[in-house]
Design a protein around this ligand. Sequence first.
Ligand SMILES: C[S@@+](CC[C@H](N)C(=O)[O-])C[C@H]1O[C@@H](n2cnc3c(N)ncnc32)[C@H](O)[C@@H]1O
Ligand code: SF4
Length: 431
Amino acid sequence: MSRLVPPPLSLYLHFPWCVRKCPYCDFNSYALNGQLQEAAYLEALERDLETQAPEVAGREVISVFMGGGTPSLFPPSAIDRVLAAARRHLTFASDVEVTMEANPGTIERGRFAEYRAAGVNRVSLGAQSFDTRTLQVLGRIHSPDETRRAAEELHAAGLTNFNLDLMYALPGQDVAAALADVESALALKPTHLSHYQLTLEPGTVFAAQPPADLPTDDTAAEMLAVCGARLAEAGFGQYEVSAYAQPGRQCRHNLNYWTFGDYLGVGAGAHGKITVPDPVTTDAEIVPATIDAEIVPPANARGFRARANDPRTTPGAIIRTTQSRDPRRYVAAPTANRTPVPEAQRPFEFMLNALRLIDGFEIPTFEQRTGLPWETVVREVDELLTRNLLEVQGLRLRTTIVGMRFLNNLLLSFLEETPQTTGAFGLSTAI
Ligand SMILES: C[S@@+](CC[C@H](N)C(=O)[O-])C[C@H]1O[C@@H](n2cnc3c(N)ncnc32)[C@H](O)[C@@H]1O
Ligand code: SF4
C-alpha cells in the first residue's frame, strides 16, 4: 500500500507561437511564419484533452494556465473554444482560476473583455521592463506605453487580478533602473508580480553571444534585495524565489506546481504529472509480469504487475507526460509520451519545487505526494539543517535566506547518487 494521495489537479495548455523569438527565451516557442494554423491546432488540443481526460476522471480542476509562446495571438473565439472543450471533458472547480499569458504587443482594443467572456479570470502580462532601450535589446515587440495601455485595458475589462512579468539584471541595467521598473509596474496596480533574474539559457541567442554589459552577481543580488524591499513596502509578499503577491493573490496554478501537485499538460511540448495512488485491482485486471510496455510498474508479491498501459491500474505511480515539442508533429499526433517517476527521483523532484517556496512545506505533504516515508531524506535534511541552509518549525521545513542564495547547490543533495542527465529538469531559479 503506497502513501500516495492524489494532490490538487491543474490543467496547462500550451500555445507555441510568438510574433518574434526573443533572444533570451528558451521556452518552446516559435516565431510565427505566415498564417496562424488556428483550426488545426485547436483541433489537436481538443483531441489531446479528450485522450488525457479519462486519467483524471472524477477529479476537480482547480486551475487552468494558458501559456506559451503567446496565447494572446489566438483570438477570443479560439480561447473560448479551448476552454469549452476543457469544461466538456473535465470537471472545473466552481472557483477555478483561469490564467492567460499575454504579450502587450498583441493586444487589440477591447480584446480583454472578450477573453474574460470566454472564461479567463486572471492575466499574466509580459512587461519585462519599462525602459525603451532595454526592451529593444531584449527584442521585445512592444513599448512601455503599450504595456501601460494593456494594463488599462485589463482594468477596464474588469480583469483586475493580473500579474506583470519583469526581468532584472538586464544588459546595461543598474540598481536604480531595476527599481524604477518595479515602480513603473506598481503604478499599473497589478495584484501579482513575477521578478525574474535574466538567465542565459543554453541554445538561446544570448547564450551564444552574451550581451556585453550584464550586471555582476553582486549587483544582481543588490537589485533583488532593493526591489524585494520596495515590493514588501507596497504590500506584495514574496512567496517563491521570483513571485510576489498581494495577500490572497498568489497564483494558485504555480503554487500547485511548487507543492508537487498534479497537472495535465496539453499542447505542443507540454509536460504533465499525474499521481496514481494504489489501485483497486482485481485478479481479472492483473496480467503476467512479462509485458512490454512503456510504464513498468513494480511487480506485486505474486510476481504480477498491474496492467501497464492503463494508468488507473498502476500501483502507486507518478507519471510524467510529455508531448512533441514541434507544433507540426504535435498536430499530426497529439499523443503524450508517458514515463513513471522512479521512487529514487521523487525526493529531488519534490524538493526542486517545494524548497523554492518561502514558507516551504509540511512534512506530511512530502510523504503524501512522493509516496515515500520522511526517513528517505532525513540524513540529507539533517545535514542541510546543520549547515543552516534549511530550517524547521514544527512540521514545516523551509529554505533559509542563505539557502535561497545557494538553492541550486542545496538541491543537489537530493539527487540520486548516479544522476542521469536526461535534461528533464534544469536547475535554473528563474522559471
Ligand atoms: C512564456 S513568457 C510570458 C508570455 C509572453 N510570451 C511574453 O513574453 O510576453 C514567460 C516569462 O518568462 C520570463 N523569461 C523567459 N526567459 C527568461 C530568461 N532567460 N531569464 C529570465 N526570465 C525569463 C519572461 O519574464 C517571460 O515573460
Ligand atoms: S519571452 Fe515570450 S514572447 Fe518572447 S519568445 Fe519567449 S514566449 Fe515568446
